[in-house]
Design a protein around this ligand. Structure first.
Ligand code: ATP
Ligand code: MG
Length: 359
């Protein structure tokens, strides 16, 4: 049976790139699980990873709100559907994540972390920000460097077999697999019958690379749509109203060629519109392009896309707005999620401690 884990940081309401690139896959996994016979059903764990958000400076009141909003987003997307059985929870409410991360720290070579492209690009950003070659050493926190170890702990804690993530995460997943193997070899434990060495506690997880295209910014077709990009019209949030959607789509940067064609190389702006349409309508990009090949095709495509998006996000938007007024209900969901996750996490930690000798 598959066990699937994935996490998302509580850094603001997700945009349609986050949705098509990650959250829509989670929804699909929940739907799939609902059709499986109960005894073969995937175990799904989806987590708001608040401890990861602490690797950059946070304002407490804002973090509190964003954690709650992201949790509400996951519930509004239907990920806790009783039939699909996903456990939706806050990582920071399950202390075993930090505990396992410590055990993994003890088998992690520091030079491995220094080779991570995420770490190296963070260094580069800090260097540019200081506009000198020297980085202010006090900016280089251990937590930021150890981020991939905590991520490995998140995954291994649930004996995860499959991790749906984007390409940007494959280096972290490789580290996670290696740490699991190193730990299993260092601490094989005992066989269940007590006779001889065991095989180690952890299952070695496989990456489930998400195949969805990267969605580009609506303002700059050469950059990716990103939460941290400053221009508000560069992205469409899942909570945007139909009129916000319409005006952002209308002002989306395309090109001066008349009519729509599918040509991501030369016409990246038009390609983004087609990809988003396809992502929400299910129609193929070529087919959509064909329908809008006439001289005023781009304007017409934008019209229809605004409709498709408004319609596609309608039920989410209503459910999210409703949930935000249901404080007590959400608190209850958070507690239930943390309790269910913790049950699994504690079972793994008991085995880890027994294997290591800290039991
Ligand atoms: P930030 O700018 O803060 O990095 P982000 O928009 O890149 O924000 P993340 O929280 O880093 O969002 O990513 C959440 C998930 O969304 C990840 O699985 C990531 O691969 C995916 N994702 C992010 N941006 C896009 C995009 N433009 N197109 C498709 N998937 C995306
Ligand atoms: Mg990102």
């Amino acid at each position: 049976r598959r066990t699937i884990f994935s996490g998302i940081q509580p850094t603001g309401v997700p945009h349609i790139g986050n949705h098509l690139g990650a959250l829509a896959q989670w929804q699909k996994l929940v739907k799939e699980a609902a059709t499986q016979p109960t005894d073969q059903r995937d175990s799904l764990f989806f987590s708001v990873v608040g401890l990861h958000a602490l690797t950059v400076p946070q304002v407490p009141a804002q973090l509190r709100q964003e954690r709650r909003d992201m949790f509400a987003v996951l519930i509004a997307l239907g990920l806790d559907d009783p039939a699909g059985g996903a456990v939706v929870f806050h990582q920071d409410q399950v202390p075993e994540h930090a505990e396992l991360a410590w055990y993994l720290n003890t088998v992690t070579p520091v030079n491995r972390l220094m080779r991570m492209t995420t770490w190296k690009s963070k260094l580069a950003t800090l260097r540019n920000a200081n506009s000198e070659d020297e980085v202010d050493d006090s900016m280089l926190q251990l937590g930021l460097m150890a981020y991939p170890v905590l991520q490995a702990a998140d995954i291994l804690l649930y004996k995860t077999s499959h991790v749906p993530v984007g390409h940007d995460q494959s280096q972290h997943l490789e580290l996670c697999r290696d740490l699991a193997q190193v730990f299993n070899r260092a601490y094989p434990g005992r066989r269940p019958d007590g006779k001889g060495k065991g095989k180690g506690v952890f299952r070695i997880p496989d990456v489930m690379l998400t195949t969805h295209p990267r969605i580009q910014s609506l303002r700059n077709p050469l950059a990716k749509m990103s939460k941290s990009a400053p221009h508000p019209a560069s992205k469409i949030f899942l909570t945007d109203s139909p009129s916000e959607i319409r005006s952002k789509i209308k002002s989306a940067v395309t090109d001066s060629t008349a009519g729509v064609t599918w040509n991501p190389e030369d016409r990246p702006g038009v390609a983004t519109l087609l990809q988003v349409h396809s992502g929400y309508s299910g129609e193929s990009v070529e087919q959509i392009a064909q329908r809008f090949s006439g001289p005023s095709g781009i304007a017409e495509l934008k019209e229809e896309l605004a409709e498709v998006l408004s319609e596609g996000l309608k039920s989410f938007r209503a459910e999210f707005a409703r949930l935000r007024t249901e404080e007590a209900y959400l608190r209850g969901k958070e507690e239930e999620g943390a309790r269910r996750a913790r049950e699994a996490a504690q079972a793994t930690m008991r085995q880890v401690r027994a294997a290591v000798g800290t039991d």
